[in-house]
Design a protein around this ligand. Structure first.
Ligand SMILES: Nc1nc2c(c(=O)[nH]1)N[C@H]1C(S)=C(S)[C@@H](COP(=O)(O)OP(=O)(O)OC[C@H]3O[C@@H](n4cnc5c(N)ncnc54)[C@H](O)[C@@H]3O)O[C@H]1N2
Ligand code: MOO
Ligand code: MG
Length: 415
């Protein structure tokens, strides 16, 4: 056995992240139908080509009037106005409103020239061609002025923004039948390990089903990519090398899990010894996942995550998700971080900072965090319950209840 497995240069999580992000390049763009763009990342910024509203809009069903005509109106003193026309939505008024006149108007319709207030229907008494009003109106009342919500040329959507309901509404309102979005990164996911069974296989003694590939595929999809779940790879470096090389041209990057530690069968380590790629790092000061390794091979990144499910999950969040955000045009690639108060003692010390799967709650404007469940690197049940990673600093004592800790939000809105 070569001594390589033990020659590792430890680097900090932040430095490892920067080493990965150094290789971010924007995905190319593609144009898709608006209805197919939901959840995609915008590859163009969108400015308002017209103000909203682009005409003076009535906010209520009622009568468009000249406010000055109502100045004498009161509950005791009705003012009678001549009704000139009825203006439904989408129709251009035939005439303006002169002194002593009113036009019946619907919510969302164009306010005719001359009118500067709309009185609600319920506050009027109408007869054949006349309307009585008993309320003094202010200028502008119930009229939305041009550009009230959006000014022409205003920046509405930024490059990299995820298209959700609000973005879709804006794009539709501004006539974007088709939208430029970033092509989804295609990501090949390989689990390595001769102990792994395909999901449909019956359990065998000493073997386990491959869960990491499905967990990671879900993470890739959540992050806006297309996961390709590849067949399980045996602990054979030649097989691993051949399989990765075969798919490499067809994907944007590759994720593997397992085989990065110092065991006899840790095949990714063997691959790193024999390949013609460049290793960015192979030891990170973190728990779980200290043997997480990332390399650059034929212009593609290879994220070699640790096989333990907890380490694999955290490795994706700390390194792969920020990289994917970069590919898809986000400017803030690293997760949002807040601080919170630890609700329980976390007495497990560690030589490296720990990223504990946790849950966040807010009480009286204060943020509280606690571990989501069993937190060993090999545990997978707590992954589903985690909405944050609690950062426990390195040291022999862990952290005490009430201590303020850094918190990485996992379920944040896409920014
Ligand atoms: N002597 C040492 N042993 C270990 C060290 C060390 O420094 N010295 N590091 C430990 C740490 S920390 C971790 S993390 C693991 C890393 O292991 P590997 O990345 O090499 O992963 P494997 O050995 O292949 O598997 C570990 C564990 O995870 C299970 N596994 C693997 N793939 C999957 C999958 N697709 N789905 C579900 N579970 C999976 C596998 O069966 C093992 O139980 O090494 C420690 N050892
Ligand atoms: O780095 Mo490992 O995931 O702590 O067991
Ligand atoms: Mg191993």
């Amino acid at each position: 056995m070569s001594g390589y497995r033990f020659q590792r240069k430890l680097i900090k999580v932040e430095d490892a992240q920067q080493a990965v992000l150094h290789h971010v390049r924007l995905q190319e763009r593609e144009e898709v139908l608006l209805e197919e763009s939901f959840g995609r990342r915008l590859a163009e910024s969108v400015c308002a080509s017209h103000p909203v509203p682009h005409f003076r809009r009535s906010g209520v069903d009622g009568y468009a009037v000249r406010a000055e005509d109502s100045y004498q109106a009161s509950p005791e003193n009705a003012v009678t106005l001549e009704v000139t026309e009825t203006i439904p939505c989408g129709v251009i008024p035939v005439s303006g409103v002169e002194r002593g006149q009113a036009a019946r108007i619907m919510t969302g319709a164009v306010v005719p020239s001359g009118a500067d207030a709309v009185i609600m229907l319920e506050m009027t008494e109408a007869s054949a061609r006349e309307v009585c009003i008993r309320k003094r109106m202010d200028k502008g009342e119930n009229i939305t002025p041009i550009g009230h919500e959006v000014q022409e040329d205003e920046l509405l959507l930024q490059l990299g923004q995820t298209i959700g309901p609000g973005e879709a509404a804006l794009l539709a309102a501004f006539g974007y039948e088709r939208v430029w979005v970033f092509r989804k990164p295609r990501v090949a996911i390989f689990s390595t390990g001769s102990e792994l069974l395909e999901v449909g296989r019956p359990l065998e003694h000493g073997k386990i089903r491959n869960s990491n590939s499905y967990m990671l595929a879900c993470q890739v999809q959540e992050a806006g990519g297309v996961p390709l779940i590849m067949p399980i790879l045996p602990d054979d470096p030649e097989c691993v090398e051949a399989a990765l090389l075969k798919i490499m041209e067809q994907v944007d990057f590759i994720i593997t899990t397992g085989g990065v530690s110092v065991g006899d069968k840790d095949v990714l380590v063997d691959l790193f010894e024999r390949w013609d790629g460049r290793l960015l790092f192979n030891k990170v000061a973190m728990r779980p996942g200290s043997p997480t390794s990332v390399g650059l091979w034929r212009d593609r990144l290879l994220f070699a995550l640790s096989g333990n499910p907890g380490a694999s999950y955290v490795g994706f969040e700390l390194f792969v998700r920020p990289y994917m955000r970069g590919l898809l045009g986000y400017s803030a690639m690293i997760h949002n971080e807040i601080t919170g108060s630890l609700q329980t003692d976390y007495s497990k010390g560690s030589a490296y900072p720990r990223y504990v799967r946790g849950t966040v709650s807010v009480n009286n404007s204060s943020v509280f965090v606690k571990p989501a469940g069993k937190d060993k690197s090999s545990n997978m049940v707590s992954i589903k319950d985690a909405d944050c990673l609690i950062c426990i600093p390195a040291g022999g004592r862990g952290a005490a209840k009430g201590e303020t800790v850094r918190v990485i939000l996992l379920k944040e809105p896409d920014l």
